[in-house]
Write a protein that binds this ligand. Structure first.
Ligand SMILES: C[S@@+](CC[C@H](N)C(=O)[O-])C[C@H]1O[C@@H](n2cnc3c(N)ncnc32)[C@H](O)[C@@H]1O
Length: 311
């Protein structure tokens, strides 16, 4: 195994030093962060189906190659699409493909380094880059994208940010993996709840710890700490249960809320047998209690270190 790796590394070194490196294919491989390899059309269709595209979506493909993902999305769903590629030859192909598909009014192609582009407008982001490039991009996704934005990556993961869904397809003699994430709202920190009197006669706080889309938390009532159960965040929507123990047996309150900045508002319902209408609840966060969603990169560790630990 070691010998094989050394042989491959040796071959790469040799190629980079010989006249072969001057050939267009090898120039392309060595010039950009990622070489050009198009996504097979069947895989494009599956990526778009996983993104569950609606009429108001705006799709960005970072490193868009010949623009096939952007053009297919514009044609099939009538949406706006933006492709970014560093290679001017690819951008020329994008324009030709957009004209041929008659979607040139819906699409824009930007000849730029993807790390320099503001893609905050995206509601769907597609990628076919490399593990290392995804990892460099990851903090930017949390910084720029709105909660609820869907991210779909062909073949490459986001290291310790686990995918919400993953699938594979056997196309052109090989397996293609597709990873899917929804950008979560950042709900970490200490929240002061405003609850109906049926739930508590005392002030209640909720402390949430969050890493990427994984959350857990507990309610603080007087000097008690009660863990919340089945806590989940999908985009800006939080759900969790509060199980209250009493002499009449346990009673579960199911909370559902939407986050906007430092506010949460929603409805809470009970599993009690007497039919009760859903009640309103809301919460406000202490702004300074919020923590970054991507702990590794924000602790200033090098991404290479993160990646080597995970692999
Ligand atoms: C593997 S191809 C994917 C093409 C297309 N997204 C697809 O799935 O068919 C990667 C593309 O990223 C482009 N690329 C590489 N580094 C880039 C960078 N820093 N900024 C923008 N594009 C880049 C390459 O030119 C290439 O077209």
């Amino acid at each position: 195994m070691k010998k094989a790796i050394l042989a491959i590394l040796g071959a790469c070194l040799l190629i980079s030093l010989t006249p072969l490196a001057q050939e267009p294919f090898y120039q392309d491989v060595f010039r950009w962060d990622v070489p050009y390899v198009p996504t097979p059309q069947e895989v494009v269709e599956e990526m778009l189906s996983m993104a569950d595209i609606g009429p108001n979506d705006v799709l960005y493909d970072l490193g868009c190659g010949d623009g096939r993902i952007v053009v297919t999305a514009a044609k099939r769903f009538g949406i706006k699409g933006i492709g970014v590629d560093i290679d001017p030859a690819r951008i020329t192909e994008c324009h030709v493909n957009a004209v041929n598909a008659e979607v040139e009014d819906q699409v824009t192609f930007i000849n730029e380094d993807l790390f320099k582009v503001d893609f905050s407008e995206a509601s769907v982001l597609t990628l076919y880059l490399l593990n290392s490039v995804n990892l460099r991009l990851r903090p930017k996704l949390f910084e720029l994208l709105k909660p609820g934005t869907r991210v779909v990556s062909h073949d490459f993961s986001m290291a310790d940010w686990e995918a919400d869904e993953k699938t594979d397809l056997f196309v052109d003699h090989k397996y293609h993996y597709i990873y899917f994430w929804v950008i979560p709202a950042n709900l970490s920190g200490l929240w002061t709840l405003s609850l109906p009197s049926e739930l508590s006669r005392f002030p209640v706080k909720l402390e949430i710890e969050q890493e990427f889309q994984q959350i857990e938390g507990h309610l603080k009532i007087k000097n008690m700490q009660i863990p919340i159960e089945e806590a989940r965040i999908v985009g800006d929507k939080l759900t969790f249960n509060w199980v209250q123990k009493s002499t009449n047996g346990p009673r579960t309150w199911s909370f559902e809320g939407r986050a906007t900045g430092h506010s949460l508002t929603g409805l809470v319902s009970s599993d009690s047998r007497e039919k009760q209408p859903n009640l309103n609840w809301k919460a406000e966060r202490e702004p300074n209690s919020m923590r970054p969603l991507d702990p590794e990169t924000d602790r200033g560790k090098s991404l290479a270190e993160v990646w080597s630990r995970i692999r």
